[in-house]
Design a protein around this ligand. Structure first.
Ligand SMILES: [Zn+2]
Length: 100
């Protein structure tokens, strides 16, 4: 699906490029990674092994990696971008098709 980007969304694109995620890498993301439910680096399922930090964005959604080595590789910092994460329950609910 192609959507026109607002200026605010363009700013998001710039932001996640700064976080080390190229458009090509975005295309390679799994559904769970796009939904913030899997680590970008090791693909750990964050529903169960949840110690993840925000390391980038896909459009307006947050992308996560395991705190520590995975986050370091994705965002250059083991604590990620330091952004407050969207609650796990909300991310799961969105992925299950709730209207948010
Ligand atoms: Zn990981």
């Amino acid at each position: 699906m192609t959507r026109a980007l607002s200026d605010w969304q363009r700013a998001e694109v710039v932001e996640h490029q700064r976080a080390g995620l190229t458009e090509r890498q975005e295309d390679a993301l799994t559904e769970d990674q796009r939904a913030g439910l899997a680590c970008l680096e090791c693909r750990a399922d964050l529903r169960t092994a949840y110690d993840a930090v925000v390391v980038g964005h896909f459009r307006t959604d947050q992308l996560f990696a395991c705190r520590g080595r995975c986050a370091l590789r994705r965002a250059g910092r083991s604590e990620g971008l330091g952004e407050a994460p969207m609650p796990l329950a909300v991310r799961i609910g969105r992925n299950d098709g709730w209207a948010w």
